[in-house]
Design a protein around this ligand. Structure first.
Ligand code: XMP
Length: 326
């Protein structure tokens, strides 16, 4: 446990200068730890794995093998951004795995939220393991563990880490961010040149849109979640709410309601908007979104998202609701 305690002498990383010296020190240590060996990383495109990737690319370049698994439950534009930033801009050794059909087939007709989570987690490990076996000479596994993951026994990351690999794939761990708090990880990410949209993004659950396409996932409702979420994010960014609201997203339930469009009856899905503020995700308050903005977003979602005829705004704090719907 001793080496899992943040050194008392370690100053908070609050500025680019402090981040630069952390980065320089980590590069030295990573080179020493890894030598000329290869390191594997599951790169989701979330803040932590992205910062680990950028740091390791600086330290060991192509000795880092990044595996990005597209499970079909990512937000609009995310897999493309991972390829653009890491392969095209940072010249990383990136393996892109299109596992969309594989995940969606496994999830077909599964409506229990915990079963959905288990399937997504287990399938993720399986896909990652297959990719790991295709690589020669890997000796290290990099992980975006951060300090709250260590000090809180039920860290968010516990849901979707890759700790379930079989024994013959148990690599030595590389965890360069393990003493950093989230705000420090973001400062380091910016100093490494990662785009703001990647570094300052809101939290996103490991099972992704899978727990926002409520009940048994269908491709039409999953697209409705993805498209409505993209509209919500675009409008929040345009109206200065991006950094102000802790988490905001849409969910699509598995029932339809009657509506009307161009004089004809429709029978389509509703979209639920959720926007909350919290400090620790244990309790959460509703964000008071300007009414005009809510009406504008409603108009856009009902006009632009296929198969949707209503928009609802969830007014429930946590408790009694949880932040996610599943
Ligand atoms: P709840 O819904 O429990 O969410 O109020 C609290 C925070 O945790 C996130 N969350 C998850 N994150 N895997 C994750 O990585 C999960 O299965 C999961 N479920 C909820 C949620 O988005 C919120 O930030």
């Amino acid at each position: 446990m001793e080496n899992n305690k943040r050194p008392e002498s370690m100053a908070r990383i609050t500025t680019k200068e402090k981040a630069d010296s952390f980065i320089a020190e980590q590069i030295k240590q990573l080179k020493k730890q890894v030598g000329s060996k290869k390191v594997l990383l599951a790169l989701s495109g979330g803040v932590d794995s992205s910062v680990v990737a950028a740091l390791l690319i600086k330290a060991i370049g192509k000795q880092l093998v990044c595996v990005h698994v597209n499970h079909g439950l990512l937000r609009k534009g995310e897999p493309e951004q991972v390829v653009e930033v890491f392969r095209n801009q940072m010249n990383a050794n990136l393996v892109y795995v299109d596992a969309v059909d594989r995940f969606l087939n496994k999830l077909e007709n599964v409506s229990d939220p915990e079963k959905k989570r288990k399937i997504i987690g287990a399938e993720f490990i399986r896909v990652f393991e297959e990719e790991a076996r295709k690589q020669d000479g890997i000796e290290f596994l990099a992980q975006g563990t951060i300090y709250p993951d260590i000090i809180e026994s039920v860290g968010v990351k516990a849901h979707h880490n890759v700790g379930g690999l079989p024994d013959d794939l148990k690599f030595e761990l590389v965890e360069p961010l393990k003493f950093l708090y989230k705000d420090e990880v973001r400062v380091v990410g910016s100093a490494l040149g990662l785009p703001d949209g990647m570094v300052y993004r809101q939290p996103f659950p490991g099972p992704g849109l899978g727990v926002r396409c409520l009940g048994a996932i269908t491709r039409d409702r999953l697209e409705a979640v993805r498209e409505s979420d993209a509209i919500l994010r675009e409008e929040f960014a345009k109206h200065g709410l991006e950094g102000k609201v802790w988490q905001y997203f849409t969910a699509v339930p598995d029932f339809k309601s009657v509506g009307v469009k161009d004089g004809a009856r429709t029978f389509a899905y509703p979209v639920i908007i959720r926007a909350v503020n919290t400090t620790d995700a244990m309790t959460a308050a509703i964000e008071e979104i300007p009414y005009e903005l809510l009406k504008h977003i409603t108009k856009r979602i009902t006009a632009e998202v296929k198969g949707v005829n209503r928009v609802l705004y969830d007014l429930t704090p946590k408790p009694s609701g949880t932040i996610e719907w599943e």
